[in-house]
Design a protein around this ligand. Structure first.
Ligand SMILES: Cc1ncc(COP(=O)(O)O)c(C=O)c1O
Length: 333
Protein backbone atom coordinates (compact mmCIF):
# COMPACT_ATOMS: atom_id res chain seq x y z
CA UNK A 1 0.00 0.00 0.00
CA UNK A 2 1.26 3.48 -0.83
CA UNK A 3 2.42 5.42 2.22
CA UNK A 4 1.94 9.12 2.88
CA UNK A 5 4.81 11.46 3.71
CA UNK A 6 3.91 11.98 7.35
CA UNK A 7 6.29 14.92 7.65
CA UNK A 8 3.45 17.01 6.22
CA UNK A 9 1.43 16.28 9.35
CA UNK A 10 4.05 18.13 11.39
CA UNK A 11 3.11 21.44 9.72
CA UNK A 12 1.34 23.62 12.27
CA UNK A 13 -1.32 25.90 10.80
CA UNK A 14 -0.99 25.00 7.14
CA UNK A 15 1.00 27.26 4.84
CA UNK A 16 0.61 30.90 5.96
CA UNK A 17 -1.03 32.35 2.84
CA UNK A 18 -3.73 29.70 2.26
CA UNK A 19 -4.52 30.14 5.94
CA UNK A 20 -4.89 33.92 5.48
CA UNK A 21 -7.22 33.31 2.48
CA UNK A 22 -9.29 30.87 4.50
CA UNK A 23 -9.77 33.41 7.31
CA UNK A 24 -10.63 36.23 4.85
CA UNK A 25 -13.26 34.05 3.17
CA UNK A 26 -14.75 33.20 6.54
CA UNK A 27 -14.85 36.91 7.51
CA UNK A 28 -16.35 38.03 4.17
CA UNK A 29 -19.06 35.40 4.39
CA UNK A 30 -19.94 36.48 7.92
CA UNK A 31 -19.74 40.23 7.08
CA UNK A 32 -21.26 40.65 3.60
CA UNK A 33 -21.27 44.47 3.23
CA UNK A 34 -17.76 45.16 4.60
CA UNK A 35 -15.06 46.32 2.18
CA UNK A 36 -11.92 44.30 2.96
CA UNK A 37 -8.62 45.86 1.86
CA UNK A 38 -6.17 43.07 1.05
CA UNK A 39 -2.57 43.89 1.96
CA UNK A 40 -1.69 40.42 3.19
CA UNK A 41 -0.21 38.34 0.39
CA UNK A 42 2.48 40.24 -1.54
CA UNK A 43 0.76 39.86 -4.88
CA UNK A 44 1.07 42.31 -7.75
CA UNK A 45 -1.79 44.39 -9.13
CA UNK A 46 -0.45 45.99 -12.34
CA UNK A 47 -0.75 44.39 -15.81
CA UNK A 48 2.27 42.84 -17.52
CA UNK A 49 4.59 45.38 -19.20
CA UNK A 50 3.98 45.84 -22.98
CA UNK A 51 7.33 44.24 -23.92
CA UNK A 52 6.39 41.10 -21.98
CA UNK A 53 2.90 40.97 -23.52
CA UNK A 54 4.41 41.24 -27.02
CA UNK A 55 6.98 38.52 -26.28
CA UNK A 56 4.21 36.19 -25.06
CA UNK A 57 2.16 36.83 -28.21
CA UNK A 58 5.22 36.25 -30.42
CA UNK A 59 5.97 33.05 -28.52
CA UNK A 60 2.47 31.71 -29.11
CA UNK A 61 2.71 32.63 -32.81
CA UNK A 62 5.96 30.64 -33.02
CA UNK A 63 4.17 27.58 -31.68
CA UNK A 64 1.30 28.02 -34.14
CA UNK A 65 3.42 27.42 -37.25
CA UNK A 66 5.75 24.66 -38.43
CA UNK A 67 8.63 27.01 -39.24
CA UNK A 68 9.38 28.25 -35.71
CA UNK A 69 7.63 25.51 -33.73
CA UNK A 70 9.63 24.03 -30.87
CA UNK A 71 8.83 21.60 -28.09
CA UNK A 72 10.66 21.20 -24.78
CA UNK A 73 13.13 23.98 -24.12
CA UNK A 74 16.69 23.37 -22.90
CA UNK A 75 16.61 21.98 -19.33
CA UNK A 76 18.48 24.93 -17.82
CA UNK A 77 16.59 27.60 -19.78
CA UNK A 78 17.04 29.33 -23.12
CA UNK A 79 20.63 30.47 -23.69
CA UNK A 80 19.45 33.85 -25.01
CA UNK A 81 17.54 34.49 -21.78
CA UNK A 82 20.40 33.39 -19.53
CA UNK A 83 22.88 35.51 -21.51
CA UNK A 84 20.59 38.56 -21.33
CA UNK A 85 20.13 38.20 -17.57
CA UNK A 86 23.86 37.83 -17.03
CA UNK A 87 24.59 40.87 -19.18
CA UNK A 88 21.85 43.13 -17.83
CA UNK A 89 21.49 42.05 -14.21
CA UNK A 90 24.87 40.67 -13.14
CA UNK A 91 27.63 42.23 -15.28
CA UNK A 92 26.73 45.81 -14.22
CA UNK A 93 27.35 44.67 -10.62
CA UNK A 94 30.83 43.46 -11.61
CA UNK A 95 29.67 39.83 -11.41
CA UNK A 96 30.74 37.47 -14.21
CA UNK A 97 28.77 34.24 -14.59
CA UNK A 98 29.01 31.38 -17.02
CA UNK A 99 25.84 30.31 -18.83
CA UNK A 100 26.12 26.88 -17.20
CA UNK A 101 25.81 28.48 -13.75
CA UNK A 102 22.25 29.76 -14.20
CA UNK A 103 18.99 27.80 -14.11
CA UNK A 104 15.76 29.43 -15.32
CA UNK A 105 12.70 28.25 -13.43
CA UNK A 106 9.04 28.78 -12.69
CA UNK A 107 9.75 31.02 -9.70
CA UNK A 108 12.04 31.32 -6.73
CA UNK A 109 9.57 29.87 -4.24
CA UNK A 110 9.72 26.59 -6.14
CA UNK A 111 13.49 26.82 -6.49
CA UNK A 112 14.11 27.51 -2.83
CA UNK A 113 12.07 24.37 -2.08
CA UNK A 114 13.39 22.15 -4.88
CA UNK A 115 17.03 22.92 -4.10
CA UNK A 116 16.62 20.81 -0.95
CA UNK A 117 16.60 17.66 -3.11
CA UNK A 118 20.34 17.97 -3.71
CA UNK A 119 21.24 18.21 -0.03
CA UNK A 120 21.49 15.27 2.36
CA UNK A 121 18.86 15.19 5.12
CA UNK A 122 21.70 15.13 7.63
CA UNK A 123 22.53 18.78 7.00
CA UNK A 124 21.65 21.22 9.76
CA UNK A 125 19.71 24.19 8.48
CA UNK A 126 19.65 27.72 9.94
CA UNK A 127 16.88 30.20 9.18
CA UNK A 128 15.91 33.65 10.43
CA UNK A 129 13.07 34.17 12.90
CA UNK A 130 10.81 35.70 11.61
CA UNK A 131 11.31 34.25 8.14
CA UNK A 132 9.68 33.70 4.72
CA UNK A 133 7.72 30.55 5.72
CA UNK A 134 8.75 28.53 2.65
CA UNK A 135 12.25 27.93 4.07
CA UNK A 136 10.87 26.52 7.30
CA UNK A 137 7.97 24.52 5.91
CA UNK A 138 9.84 22.86 3.04
CA UNK A 139 12.51 21.62 5.45
CA UNK A 140 9.74 20.16 7.60
CA UNK A 141 8.12 18.55 4.54
CA UNK A 142 11.31 16.82 3.39
CA UNK A 143 11.79 15.34 6.84
CA UNK A 144 14.73 17.34 8.14
CA UNK A 145 12.98 18.16 11.44
CA UNK A 146 11.16 16.70 14.38
CA UNK A 147 7.90 18.07 15.73
CA UNK A 148 7.23 21.74 16.50
CA UNK A 149 7.20 22.88 20.11
CA UNK A 150 4.52 25.11 21.69
CA UNK A 151 6.08 28.23 20.20
CA UNK A 152 6.20 26.75 16.70
CA UNK A 153 9.95 26.05 16.59
CA UNK A 154 10.80 22.74 14.92
CA UNK A 155 13.28 20.40 16.48
CA UNK A 156 16.33 20.18 14.20
CA UNK A 157 16.15 23.69 12.70
CA UNK A 158 18.46 26.38 14.06
CA UNK A 159 16.48 29.61 14.38
CA UNK A 160 18.38 32.90 14.25
CA UNK A 161 16.33 35.64 15.97
CA UNK A 162 15.97 38.88 14.01
CA UNK A 163 14.77 41.44 16.54
CA UNK A 164 14.85 45.14 17.18
CA UNK A 165 17.75 44.50 19.57
CA UNK A 166 19.99 43.20 16.76
CA UNK A 167 18.53 45.59 14.18
CA UNK A 168 16.83 42.62 12.51
CA UNK A 169 20.21 41.23 11.40
CA UNK A 170 20.77 37.77 12.93
CA UNK A 171 23.88 36.78 14.84
CA UNK A 172 25.89 33.80 13.58
CA UNK A 173 24.47 30.49 14.84
CA UNK A 174 26.31 29.13 17.85
CA UNK A 175 26.24 25.42 16.96
CA UNK A 176 27.33 23.75 13.75
CA UNK A 177 25.17 24.52 10.70
CA UNK A 178 25.57 23.40 7.10
CA UNK A 179 22.95 25.40 5.21
CA UNK A 180 22.07 29.02 6.01
CA UNK A 181 19.13 30.85 4.45
CA UNK A 182 19.63 34.58 4.00
CA UNK A 183 17.13 36.88 2.32
CA UNK A 184 18.03 40.51 1.52
CA UNK A 185 16.16 42.78 1.18
CA UNK A 186 14.35 40.75 3.76
CA UNK A 187 10.83 39.44 3.76
CA UNK A 188 9.19 40.10 6.22
CA UNK A 189 11.35 42.71 8.03
CA UNK A 190 12.44 44.84 5.06
CA UNK A 191 16.04 44.92 6.34
CA UNK A 192 18.85 45.25 3.82
CA UNK A 193 22.37 43.87 4.27
CA UNK A 194 25.46 46.01 3.73
CA UNK A 195 28.57 44.72 1.96
CA UNK A 196 30.32 44.36 5.31
CA UNK A 197 27.46 42.35 6.80
CA UNK A 198 27.29 40.02 3.80
CA UNK A 199 31.08 39.68 3.76
CA UNK A 200 30.93 38.52 7.38
CA UNK A 201 28.34 35.86 6.41
CA UNK A 202 30.42 34.72 3.44
CA UNK A 203 33.56 34.46 5.59
CA UNK A 204 31.58 32.55 8.22
CA UNK A 205 30.17 30.12 5.63
CA UNK A 206 33.60 29.54 4.08
CA UNK A 207 35.13 28.87 7.47
CA UNK A 208 32.36 26.43 8.48
CA UNK A 209 32.12 24.89 4.97
CA UNK A 210 28.43 25.82 4.96
CA UNK A 211 26.28 26.81 1.99
CA UNK A 212 24.33 30.07 1.97
CA UNK A 213 20.98 29.96 0.17
CA UNK A 214 20.64 33.63 -0.72
CA UNK A 215 17.16 34.80 -1.67
CA UNK A 216 17.42 38.05 -3.65
CA UNK A 217 13.74 38.15 -4.70
CA UNK A 218 13.53 41.84 -3.74
CA UNK A 219 16.94 43.06 -4.99
CA UNK A 220 15.33 45.37 -7.59
CA UNK A 221 13.82 47.46 -4.80
CA UNK A 222 17.22 48.48 -3.38
CA UNK A 223 17.66 52.22 -3.84
CA UNK A 224 20.91 52.85 -1.91
CA UNK A 225 24.04 52.74 -4.10
CA UNK A 226 26.25 50.91 -1.60
CA UNK A 227 23.85 48.02 -0.81
CA UNK A 228 24.70 44.83 -2.76
CA UNK A 229 22.07 43.44 -5.13
CA UNK A 230 23.75 40.06 -5.40
CA UNK A 231 25.73 38.02 -2.90
CA UNK A 232 28.30 37.48 -5.66
CA UNK A 233 29.35 41.11 -5.24
CA UNK A 234 31.10 39.77 -2.15
CA UNK A 235 34.49 38.17 -2.58
CA UNK A 236 34.43 34.43 -1.93
CA UNK A 237 30.63 34.11 -2.31
CA UNK A 238 30.91 31.97 -5.42
CA UNK A 239 32.55 29.30 -3.26
CA UNK A 240 29.72 29.15 -0.73
CA UNK A 241 26.47 30.66 -2.02
CA UNK A 242 23.51 29.77 -4.22
CA UNK A 243 21.37 32.76 -5.25
CA UNK A 244 17.66 32.88 -6.12
CA UNK A 245 15.97 35.66 -8.05
CA UNK A 246 12.40 36.24 -9.14
CA UNK A 247 10.58 38.25 -11.78
CA UNK A 248 7.38 38.14 -9.73
CA UNK A 249 7.42 41.53 -8.11
CA UNK A 250 9.38 43.53 -10.70
CA UNK A 251 7.71 42.29 -13.90
CA UNK A 252 4.28 41.29 -12.59
CA UNK A 253 5.11 37.60 -12.90
CA UNK A 254 3.40 36.20 -9.80
CA UNK A 255 0.87 34.58 -12.14
CA UNK A 256 2.95 33.72 -15.18
CA UNK A 257 6.00 32.56 -13.16
CA UNK A 258 9.67 33.05 -13.89
CA UNK A 259 12.67 32.98 -11.59
CA UNK A 260 16.25 31.85 -11.64
CA UNK A 261 18.86 30.13 -9.53
CA UNK A 262 22.60 30.63 -9.74
CA UNK A 263 24.81 27.72 -8.71
CA UNK A 264 28.43 28.72 -9.29
CA UNK A 265 30.92 26.16 -10.61
CA UNK A 266 33.27 27.05 -7.73
CA UNK A 267 30.75 25.89 -5.13
CA UNK A 268 31.66 22.45 -3.82
CA UNK A 269 29.87 20.23 -1.31
CA UNK A 270 30.78 16.82 0.02
CA UNK A 271 29.53 13.83 -1.99
CA UNK A 272 30.48 10.91 -4.20
CA UNK A 273 31.48 11.50 -7.80
CA UNK A 274 28.77 10.57 -10.27
CA UNK A 275 31.40 9.05 -12.58
CA UNK A 276 30.19 5.52 -11.57
CA UNK A 277 27.14 5.72 -14.03
CA UNK A 278 29.46 6.00 -16.87
CA UNK A 279 28.77 3.32 -19.40
CA UNK A 280 25.52 4.56 -20.88
CA UNK A 281 26.96 8.07 -20.74
CA UNK A 282 30.07 6.76 -22.53
CA UNK A 283 27.77 5.51 -25.25
CA UNK A 284 26.04 8.91 -25.31
CA UNK A 285 29.40 10.61 -25.92
CA UNK A 286 30.46 8.05 -28.55
CA UNK A 287 27.20 8.42 -30.48
CA UNK A 288 27.46 12.19 -30.36
CA UNK A 289 31.16 12.40 -31.23
CA UNK A 290 31.14 9.80 -34.00
CA UNK A 291 27.61 9.93 -35.47
CA UNK A 292 26.46 13.39 -34.35
CA UNK A 293 23.29 11.79 -32.98
CA UNK A 294 21.88 12.50 -29.52
CA UNK A 295 19.88 10.08 -27.35
CA UNK A 296 19.39 9.70 -23.60
CA UNK A 297 21.59 7.45 -21.43
CA UNK A 298 19.50 4.77 -19.73
CA UNK A 299 21.12 5.47 -16.37
CA UNK A 300 19.46 8.88 -16.44
CA UNK A 301 16.15 7.09 -15.76
CA UNK A 302 17.39 5.13 -12.75
CA UNK A 303 20.15 2.63 -11.91
CA UNK A 304 18.37 -0.25 -13.67
CA UNK A 305 18.46 1.81 -16.86
CA UNK A 306 22.24 1.40 -16.99
CA UNK A 307 23.30 -0.52 -20.08
CA UNK A 308 20.36 0.83 -22.11
CA UNK A 309 19.91 3.86 -24.29
CA UNK A 310 16.73 5.69 -25.29
CA UNK A 311 16.09 7.25 -28.68
CA UNK A 312 12.98 9.41 -29.02
CA UNK A 313 10.33 8.06 -31.38
CA UNK A 314 8.86 11.50 -31.99
CA UNK A 315 11.39 12.96 -34.43
CA UNK A 316 10.44 13.76 -38.04
CA UNK A 317 10.47 10.51 -40.06
CA UNK A 318 13.11 11.88 -42.47
CA UNK A 319 15.34 12.93 -39.53
CA UNK A 320 15.09 9.51 -37.89
CA UNK A 321 15.95 7.80 -41.18
CA UNK A 322 18.96 10.09 -41.58
CA UNK A 323 20.14 9.27 -38.02
CA UNK A 324 19.78 5.51 -38.59
CA UNK A 325 21.70 5.59 -41.85
CA UNK A 326 24.40 7.74 -40.27
CA UNK A 327 24.83 5.19 -37.44
CA UNK A 328 24.82 2.32 -39.97
CA UNK A 329 27.37 4.06 -42.19
CA UNK A 330 29.66 4.92 -39.29
CA UNK A 331 29.59 1.64 -37.36
CA UNK A 332 28.99 -0.84 -40.17
CA UNK A 333 26.04 -3.08 -40.98
C1 LIG B 1 11.49 36.14 0.06
C2 LIG B 1 10.72 35.61 -1.10
N1 LIG B 1 11.31 34.74 -1.92
C3 LIG B 1 10.63 34.23 -2.96
C4 LIG B 1 9.32 34.59 -3.21
C5 LIG B 1 8.55 33.93 -4.30
O1 LIG B 1 8.89 34.34 -5.54
P1 LIG B 1 8.26 33.59 -6.80
O2 LIG B 1 6.95 34.25 -7.06
O3 LIG B 1 9.28 33.81 -7.88
O4 LIG B 1 8.12 32.14 -6.48
C6 LIG B 1 8.69 35.50 -2.41
C7 LIG B 1 7.29 35.87 -2.69
O5 LIG B 1 6.55 36.39 -1.97
C8 LIG B 1 9.39 36.02 -1.32
O6 LIG B 1 8.81 36.88 -0.48
Amino acid sequence: MAKANENYLKLKAGYLFPEISRRINEFVEANPGKEVIRLGIGDVTRPLPPAVVKAFHDGVDDLAGTENFHGYGPEQGYAWLIDTIIQKAYNPLGVELDRSEMFISDGSKCDSANILDIFDLDNTVAIGDPVYPVYNDTNVMVGRTGEANDKGYYDGIVYMPCTEANNFMPEFPTGNVDIIYLCYPNNPTGTVATKEQLKAWVDYALEKEAVILFDAAYEAFITEKDIPHSIYEIEGAKRCAIEFRSFSKTAGFTGVRCGLTVVPQELKVKGKSSAEIMSSWEFFDKLLQECFVVGTPGSGFGPSGEGYFRLSAFGERSTVEKAVSRIRDTWGK
